[in-house]
Design a protein around this ligand. Structure first.
Ligand SMILES: [Zn+2]
Length: 98
């Protein structure tokens, strides 16, 4: 199926967040594969599903405003950690699991 380019607006897919890209909000696309992708989905409370695509997470969900990158696993911003609409955010912040 094709969707016309330009007709789909990119927005954050975290459940209680509908941020659009703006001057103050950046959108980051979901990692394409691997543990990192699975973890992002888990944090976003998505069921892991290979059909998911065009998923974006906005800068509101990272402490520093952006993901740390795949080589910084221990960084709190390796995956979305804040404003995720769940009440268990804290455990992500004070744990240092790998
Ligand atoms: Zn968001």
């Amino acid at each position: 199926m094709n969707t016309k380019k330009g007709s789909v607006s990119r927005r954050c897919k975290v459940s209680n967040c509908r941020n659009l890209k703006s001057a103050s909000v950046k959108l980051y696309s979901l990692p394409k594969e691997g543990v990192m992708r699975d973890l992002w989905l888990e944090r976003m409370n998505y069921i892991i599903d290979t059909n998911l695509k065009n998923l974006y997470v906005c800068s509101d969900h990272f402490l520093t405003g952006k993901p740390s990158g795949e080589f910084h696993k221990k960084h709190v911003d390796w995956s979305p950690s804040i404003n995720l609409g769940s009440n268990n955010t804290k455990q992500f912040l004070d744990g240092d699991q790998c």
